[in-house]
Design a protein around this ligand. Structure first.
Ligand code: ADP
Ligand code: TRP
Length: 368
């Protein structure tokens, strides 16, 4: 290995790496953690979390936290939310909302590290260093960048272009292996792997693992909206999104008004997108028998959309209401939210400092 002293070894696992700079530690001196993999994920505080965020990402954070195979870092990506111009007072309340939603969903600060991206200065440092390995051409080709510049022609800023570099820094700052995210983030993860590989090969080290997008099921999840679109999104119209703090009557109204057509006229046809979306949403929150019942009714043309929507609305309410109650309870306890983020920030900085120390050594940024 060029540029790295022989006695410095970089194993692919965060907890097992050691280096000569801090005094040689023997391989195997962290036997308990040897099998653990590092998990990192984050959410932008650009709005109240919705069903898509919960099913595609946050629910998996919670499952991974309770899985002995993983050591979890879950954060609020506040820097990432600045790529589109924001209101400072709104950001403050959305950061609290997002933290409360993490806790309400079951994340436990005793088991995982919950923190704010902007509380870890090593992340922007790594971002700056990775920017030297990121090329304008590849960044311009990213689908989310192309979409965003169409939406915000007046604000095509460098932060938007380098969004995937900051995201890579978020992930590899803890030398992560797995990243629980929805399907829309697949390309960003591919970029993260490219930057990690490029760093390793540029400096001839085996330092950063190549992290992968993760979901417990075979496929990454993509929860559809209520407007016929294939992705529920904070940036979509309010009526197409089920927010985790929507009251029961709001959920009922949104679902009853969701887009449908005039119904199948021939048996065994494939439902159009907006009807398929309702089935997909039912698959997430209703009993399998209810889904099977309405699928069959669609096939034999006996379906009544009003009944199907009523069923979905009641099942959705049963799914969301407990989350909403916990979010509101947690939000009321500001001191607790602040403590969680403060303690999480300290733990995240500890882990990040180790990585940055190594990165600086590897890059020759250690002068004396
Ligand atoms: P949004 O797209 O609504 O702005 P974010 O980009 O903040 O949401 O996404 C936060 C997390 O939630 C990411 O892991 C993302 O993949 C996931 N996510 C967002 N929307 C959906 C969806 N409709 N289905 C599945 N996962 C989603
Ligand atoms: N880009 C992600 C999104 O829009 C948010 C995010 C930022 C993220 N940094 C991350 C997700 C690191 C996972 C890991 O949803």
């Amino acid at each position: 290995m060029v540029g790295v002293p022989n006695s410095t070894r970089y194993l692919t696992h965060h907890n097992t790496f050691y280096n000569s700079g801090e005094g040689s530690r023997k391989k195997g001196s962290f036997p308990i953690f040897a099998a653990m993999q590092v998990v990192v994920s984050g959410t932008r505080p650009t709005g109240v979390l919705h069903l898509g965020n919960y099913l595609g990402a946050v629910r998996n954070y919670v499952r991974m936290q309770d899985d002995a195979a993983y050591e979890g870092y879950f954060f609020i990506a506040d820097y990432h939310s600045l790529t589109t111009h924001h209101q400072p007072h709104e950001l403050r309340s959305l950061v609290k909302q997002t933290t409360a939603a993490y806790l309400a969903a079951g994340l436990d600060p005793e088991k995982v590290t919950i923190y704010l991206q902007s509380d870890v200065p090593q992340i922007p440092e790594l971002y700056l260093l990775l920017n030297m390995l990121a090329y304008k051409g590849e960044l311009e080709k990213v689908a989310t960048f192309k979409e965003k510049i169409k939406q915000h022609k007046e604000n095509i800023n460098a932060g938007l272009l380098t969004y995937p570099v900051l995201m890579a820094a978020d992930i590899i700052i803890h030398r992560a292996h797995k990243v629980p995210v929805g399907k829309d983030q697949e390309q960003h993860l591919e970029m993260t792997r490219n930057f990690a590989k490029r760093f390793n090969s540029r400096y001839d080290v085996d330092f950063f693992p190549e992290p992968v997008a993760f979901n417990y099921d075979a496929e990454l999840v993509k929860v559809p909206g209520l407007d016929g679109g294939t992705k529920m999104s904070k940036s979509g119209s309010v009526s197409s999104v089920i927010f985790l703090d929507d009251p029961d009557d709001v959920i009922r109204k949104k679902i009853m008004r969701s887009k449908t057509d005039s119904g199948p006229t021939e048996p065994n046809t494939t439902p159009p997108q907006e009807i398929e979306n309702i089935f997909v949403l039912m698959e997430h929150v209703s009993d399998t028998s209810a889904v099977a019942h309405y699928r069959k009714a669609y096939s034999d043309c006996s379906i009544r959309y009003g009944d199907m929507k009523k069923q979905l609305a009641e099942d959705m309410i049963a799914f969301i209401a407990p989350l909403r109650h916990r979010i509101n309870e947690t939000l009321a306890n500001e001191a607790y939210l602040e403590r969680v983020l403060q303690e999480g920030g300290e733990k995240a900085r500890e882990s990040a400092k180790k990585t940055i120390h190594e990165v600086r050594n590897i890059m020759g940024l250690n002068y004396f």
